[in-house]
Design a protein around this ligand. Structure first.
Ligand code: AMP
Length: 221
């Protein structure tokens, strides 16, 4: 099967749908770079006095210009993004961000997105998933206390470094984020469907089957 090369993807879905789990699989299978705007922002937020920390902890959105500049800077400083492609995770969050990307002369011309993966999941399952989530901050790898536990409790499988529970992974913040997702991010489904780029994946079947479904869908294109 002839794959698109480079391969430029967007992955989106409600919080807790498993984007952070699936992206490393995409990196490994296709050699592409995982660009998580949330991870990039959390690194910035770790700098003392950063205003971004307050926005993230409250579940709000960082402004579009900051996000676009951050993505452009990341792509420009990572030659593999040009050579192999990337998967954008956490961006776009809104129709406005999707349009800003498509209207950006650099991004739209040099890095047009090929396919957009929507991870679909029942809303009730989300709370259980997200409240047990654990992440390795440096790499963005994510685990779950019961559904996808690390080999050693609270320890990253690959580096042996500690895992953390994110400050925004609590029920109150999640409910706020879910409502924001429905209002702001869910309309991307129609936007990318009209562009003929949307791939819908049902993630209720578990991590491994979801991975295979994504690979099959991409290889069938
Ligand atoms: P995530 O790890 O994708 O859930 O992102 C964590 C937080 O980072 C979000 O709740 C937002 O505060 C912020 N963030 C990440 N991506 C974006 C984006 N594309 N636009 C605005 N804010 C973002």
């Amino acid at each position: 099967m002839q794959m698109l090369q480079p391969l430029r993807l967007i992955i989106f879905g409600p919080p807790g749908c498993g984007k952070g789990t699936q992206c490393p699989f995409l990196e490994e299978e296709f050699g592409i770079i995982h660009i998580s705007t949330g991870d990039l922002l959390r690194k910035t937020a770790a700098i003392p006095g950063s205003k971004i920390k307050q926005i993230i902890d409250s579940g709000g959105f960082v402004d579009d210009e900051t996000i676009l500049q951050m993505i452009q800077a990341f792509i420009a400083s990572n030659p593999k993004c040009k050579e192999k492609g990337f998967v954008l995770d956490g961006f776009p969050r809104t129709l406005q961000q999707a349009r800003a990307f498509d209207n950006n002369p650099d991004l739209a011309v040099n890095y047009p997105v090929d396919k957009v993966i929507l991870l679909e999941i029942d809303a009730e399952v989300l709370i259980e998933r997200i409240c047990g989530r654990l992440v390795h901050l440096e790499s963005g790898r994510s685990y779950h206390l019961t559904l996808n536990p690390p080999r050693i409790p609270m320890t990253d499988d690959l580096t042996g470094e500690p895992l953390v529970k994110r400050a925004d992974d609590n029920e109150e913040t999640l409910r706020k984020r879910l409502a924001i997702y429905m209002e702001k991010t869910a309309p991307l489904e129609e936007y990318y469907s009209k562009q003929g780029k949307l791939i819908r994946i049902d993630v209720s079947m578990g991590v491994e089957q979801t991975k295979q479904a994504i690979f099959n869908a991409l290889k069938a294109q």
